[in-house]
Ligand binder design. Sequence first.
Ligand SMILES: NC(=O)c1ccc[n+]([C@@H]2O[C@H](COP(=O)([O-])OP(=O)(O)OC[C@H]3O[C@@H](n4cnc5c(N)ncnc54)[C@H](OP(=O)(O)O)[C@@H]3O)[C@@H](O)[C@H]2O)c1
Length: 273
Amino acid sequence: MQKRNLGAGSLEVSAMGLGCMRLSPGHGTVAGTRQEMIALIRAAVERGVTFFDTAEVYGPFVNEELVGEALAPMRDQVVIATKFGFQIDSEKDPHPVGLNSRPEYIKETVEGSLKRLRVDAIDLLYQHRVDPNVPIEDVAGAVKDLIQEGKVKHFGLSEAGAQTIRRAHAIQPVTALQSEYSLWWKRPEEEIIPTLEELGIGFVPFSPLGKGFLTGTITENTQFDQEDNRGSFPRFSPEARKACDIRSDRARLAPCTETLDRSYSRHHETGAP
Ligand SMILES: NC(=O)c1ccc[n+]([C@@H]2O[C@H](COP(=O)([O-])OP(=O)(O)OC[C@H]3O[C@@H](n4cnc5c(N)ncnc54)[C@H](OP(=O)(O)O)[C@@H]3O)[C@@H](O)[C@H]2O)c1
């Protein structure tokens, strides 16, 4: 397995990461039992994957618990990334009720993540979504405090714009940005990737398989079950799926794949499939 260094802080991770979001309930049908998902995560480590992605909001909470339990025996071999940023009132309703990146809430959230992940420090802590009600400088300042306290090692952002990245980076160096990037979503190439290259920040593309669209399993006749949020995305509407059936387009896809491979090497990106 190839390795990548994320950001100037040289956080070394495997070129291919494992996004764990769909390995626990809350984001579509889980492909097996909890024990099978734990075995899957451990099998990824055996195959050289050292980069694992989760978030407080996945579940919520249960995904961090799963990742924490699965990786506890091999903690020293892996990098665990998690995210804060959604307001979750677990007592009344497990669903997030909005964004919350207030510094005191970030610090409270991190205490929970540390326990669920069974770690002394979070290797990479992302803000999951930019909170328009909290200046990004305050968010970066809160993460800086957590780094100084030894509870967090590296700071990340997710789906942030170029100006936000610059402002955050000026307060606390950003190690990685995580945003959607794949053959059917290349917008980061316009402004984000050049900004990251200039600032020396790593890029972690999420949904590299287009949330399954690029694997050819989705057709115009696919029925999404109630838990599967793809049913609500315009890109997965029956009309969009009818207009773009990837299975009949394999010949046209091949050169795109080569382009993407070259682009991946050039930018030293790391994937979180
Ligand atoms: N930072 C963020 O805001 C953010 C957002 C999304 C994801 N992520 C991270 O990136 C990782 C990978 O993203 P991803 O799972 O969206 O996409 P992906 O890696 O592009 O696709 C994952 C595969 O999961 C299967 N799948 C089953 N149910 C699905 C569903 N409801 N939506 C999408 N895929 C489904 C599909 O398999 P088939 O080919 O069998 O259909 C698909 O090929 C996540 O685990 C998470 O860690 C981060």
